[in-house]
Design a protein around this ligand. Structure first.
Ligand code: PMP
Ligand code: GLU
Length: 399
């Protein structure tokens, strides 16, 4: 063995920060399903957390124009002023929130935005309150900042929602942040204005900051979206609103999201951006400007299609013996309880569904809920029907 080969065989010491980092299970399973499909296996994927619609034409045209106009250089780290102005207008129009463009930071997706906020706000040992079931990436992002995720479990009987009384049991002097996600991935639950108001009072009383992940804002079927930041100035100062175009405008691959926050947080976000990723792709920024002009009816049509699929999938799931499923009010996921199927924990069930029924779903354990699995209905009604036919056949013992 020569010296070079010897070097290759030495163990690499990865940083402590990433040594125990788990990959995103949602992305992992979606990629696995795609790979199996490319190998000729007839997989039905109910795992992908992205709309199956195409990005609106207006947006695509704006991107092509940006290239033709040679709008292909660095931009300010926070994003171009026109886009930050446009986002501020959107927040005023849709959410009754007044921000100056200086308070808006464009990031490479809402995921990147949340990662950055946590980096900007957390010191080692700060505690971050995370209601479960949670979106897979929140706890890992908190760990990446050397802070401590404090998981607050909820169940179906609580509609998967937290209350100030429940929070009281978990808050300590070290608590710094509460992460809220309404509509929720994976449960689809939506907090009412009244519920959010009660939570906002708790946040102010306990000197917390809220990260309010509102990425599914436009996908609500019952009730309406309220931003927790909208009640009064104190809670607005304590909230970082996170949103983006991935889900509302079928733009997952473009990688754009944003935060709206008080100026000190926004400036720190921009410093972090300037030392890490610089700006969101200039072309994507022009596309996002056009996304802000997309008629509400286009977004509404996608939402109406999701509504039909939700009703279909919830009905089908509740007809399978051993499966119970709450009707979600938003997003495009269902989170049925599979405990009474008696086929083991969520990972066992998800693996068996993939290998034996050729249906890809995400095990609830990735979201901190091992009695559940997550199915996405961001796919065609035909795929939902075929996927549920297979699930039902797999779950029903032969008589
Ligand atoms: N928050 C939640 C709750 C999500 O489900 C997702 C899905 N990807 C994101 C944030 C990140 O979205 P983006 O594609 O904009 O990074
Ligand atoms: N948010 C989507 C999901 O939960 C996409 C995957 C990811 O970003 O982790 O499936």
């Amino acid at each position: 063995m020569n010296i070079e080969q010897k070097k290759c065989h030495q163990d690499i010491r990865l940083s402590r920060r990433v040594k125990d980092l788990k990959p995103s299970i949602t992305l992992e399973i979606t990629a696995k399903a795609k790979k199996m499909r490319s190998e000729g296996i007839d997989i039905i994927s109910l795992s992908a957390g992205e709309p199956d619609f195409n990005t609106p034409d207006l947006v695509k045209e704006a991107a092509k124009q940006a290239i033709d106009d040679n709008f292909t250089r660095y931009t300010p780290a926070a994003g171009i002023l026109e886009l930050r102005k446009g986002v501020a207008e959107k927040l005023k129009r849709d959410n009754d929130l007044e921000y100056s463009p200086e308070c808006i930071s464009l990031c490479s997706g809402a995921k990147h935005a949340i990662y950055n906020v946590i980096q900007v706000l957390c010191d080692p040992n700060d505690e971050v309150l995370i209601p479960a079931p949670y979106w897979v990436s929140y706890p890992e992002m908190v760990l990446l900042a050397s802070a401590k995720p404090v998981i607050i479990p909820t169940t179906e009987s609580m509609n998967f929602k937290i209350t100030p009384d429940l929070l009281e049991k978990y808050v300590t002097k070290k608590s710094k942040i509460l992460i809220l996600n309404s509509p929720s991935n994976p449960t689809g639950m939506v907090y009412s204005g009244e519920e959010l108001k009660a939570l906002s009072e708790f946040v102010c009383k306990n000197d917390l900051i809220v990260i309010s992940d509102e990425i599914y804002e436009k996908l609500i079927y019952d009730g309406e979206h309220v931003s927790i930041a909208s009640f009064h100035d104190e809670i607005k100062q304590r909230t970082v609103v996170v949103n983006g175009f991935s889900k509302s405008h079928a733009m997952t691959g473009w990688r754009v999201g944003y935060t709206a926050a008080r100026i000190e947080i926004a400036q720190a976000m921009n410093n972090l951006l300037s030392q890490s990723t610089s700006n969101v792709s200039s072309i994507t920024q022009k596309a996002s400007l056009a996304a802000l002009l997309v008629e509400e009816s286009v977004i509404r049509n996608m939402r109406n299609e999701f509504l039909k699929r939700r009703d279909l999938i919830v009905d089908r799931l509740n007809n399978i013996a051993g499966v119970t499923c709450l009707k979600p009010e938003g997003a495009f996921y269902v989170f049925p309880n599979i405990k009474n199927l008696q086929r083991g924990p969520s990972m066992t069930v998800a693996n068996a569904l993939l290998d034996q029924a050729e249906v890809a779903v995400v095990p609830g354990i990735g979201f901190g809920a091992d009695e559940n699995i997550r199915l996405s209905y961001a796919c065609s009604a035909e795929d939902i029907t075929e996927g549920l036919n297979r699930f039902e056949a797999w779950a029903t013992p032969p008589s």
